[in-house]
Design a protein around this ligand. Structure first.
Ligand code: NAD
Ligand code: WQD
Length: 351
């Protein structure tokens, strides 16, 4: 089957969504984008257009929980498939605002499913998360590992997967490719798109970028007493460009076999906090100052993907390494002191 050509992208203004829009436009897809800008800005689309050299498509400011608004989008456009990024994603915040997380992530997904059903759209690529594996089991995690969420964010993703599997069982031809990302980081190599957290970053890579630029004083390494080679926790960092290439390839596989299919997206190799900090120091040209702080509540020792299934089924393998991730994250930080809303300093158009 040919890959679908008109794609509805939810959350297309966000970190991964904006990179995905650039990638899909570059490969000839027509896009319809919806976002409520709760964690992003519409200014990102001018940058996506600069990269792609074409219009992004029709963009709607709407909340995916707004059933009528979403249904009207499907009325107006003939959508072949949906790539569903829109969600709330901060683990710590989810413990303080669980209802908001379930409402947006689960309620948003059921509203989307309703609109898809009413309009006969049966192909979905879903943003899932390694966080649903909970503490993991110490080794590389395959898709068959137990789903044991330990916070409302992760539980919301697990609930979505359960709902999606039920829909696939019930609706003939319905296909969901649920991509369980490990730790997507980095930025577009043009310096035009990147990760722009609100306030002080929770996540390691944007925190390092702000230390490197001097906005933050030093990195606080959350624990050096884990049972790992250097005592700091290990994660599977994946370049956002590899992440979105996997989505483009997923679209080409939506017609392979109906039903629900889960895939890990990771490199399959872990890096410790100190290894990432050292790699960032190399990228920005000076060592990153750090101190050792207590473990962060809820953190786990190691989360690394067994990413062999996606390589086997689709031939997708990440091609960028930790140095590439740090170089690109640093370029975005350096060129965009005011984030996507400002004008990028000397960012170039080529990828
Ligand atoms: P992001 O916050 O940058 O992007 C999400 C986008 O969705 C934002 O533009 C936001 O404004 C929009 N949005 C949120 N709620 C909405 C609503 N109710 N209606 C319409 N739009 C809404 O996050 P991201 O890092 O790009 O993550 C994208 C997806 O990938 C999310 O589903 C997230 O849970 C998942 N994910 C992210 C990571 C990661 O580390 N970044 C890891 C695993 C999974
Ligand atoms: C990485 C490592 C920290 C900040 C999160 C979500 C997960 C998924 C990916 C969405 C950890 C350490 C961090 C700092 C530190 N997102 N660290 N100092 O926690 O692996 O995963 O993003 O689905 O659900 O939980 O990513 O970048 O926050 O942390 O030492 O200032 O860096 O302890 O070991 P995490 P992270």
């Amino acid at each position: 089957m040919n890959a679908p050509s008109t794609i509805l992208v939810t959350g297309g203004a966000g970190f991964i969504g904006s990179h995905a829009c650039a990638e899909l436009l570059d490969h000839g897809y027509e896009l319809i984008v919806v976002d409520n800008y709760s964690n992003s800005t519409p200014q990102v689309f001018a940058r996506v257009e600069r990269i792609a050299g074409r219009f992004v498509g029709t963009v709607y400011e709407l909340d995916i929980r707004d059933r009528h608004a979403l249904s009207a989008v499907f009325d107006r456009h003939s959508v072949d498939a949906v790539v569903h990024f829109a969600a709330l994603k901060a683990v710590g915040e989810s413990t303080r605002m669980p209802v908001e997380y379930y409402d947006t992530n689960v309620g948003g997904t059921t509203t989307l499913l309703r609109a898809m059903h009413e309009h006969g759209v049966r192909h979905l690529v879903f943003s899932s998360s390694c966080s649903l594996y909970g503490d993991g089991d110490g080794g590389p995690l395959s898709e068959g590992a137990p789903v044991r969420p330990t916070n409302p964010y992760a539980a919301s993703k697990a609930a979505c997967e359960k709902i999606l599997a039920d829909v696939c069982r019930r609706v003939p031809g319905f296909t969901v490719l649920s991509l369980r990302y490990f730790n997507p980081v980095g930025a577009h190599p043009s310096g035009l798109l990147g990760e722009e957290p609100c306030g002080t970053p929770d996540n390691l890579m944007p925190y390092l970028a702000q230390v490197a630029i001097g906005k933050l004083d030093r990195l606080h390494v959350f624990g050096d007493d884990w049972a790992t080679p250097d005592g700091t926790a290990v994660r599977d960092y994946l370049h956002v460009m590899d992440t979105v290439e996997a989505h483009r390839i997923a679209l080409e596989h939506l017609g392979d076999s109906p039903g629900m299919h889960e895939y890990n997206l990771g490199v399959g190799k872990g890096s410790s906090v100190l290894e990432v900090a050292a790699a960032f120091g190399e990228a920005c040209g000076r060592p990153i100052p750090y101190d050792i702080a207590p473990r962060r509540p809820g953190d786990v020792r190691e989360l690394v993907a067994d990413a062999t299934a996606v390589a086997r089924d689709w031939g997708w393998r990440p091609t960028r390494n930790l140095a590439d991730m740090c170089r690109d994250a640093w370029r975005f930080q350096r060129l965009n002191p005011s984030g996507h809303a400002g004008s990028a300093r000397q960012a170039d158009r080529k990828k």
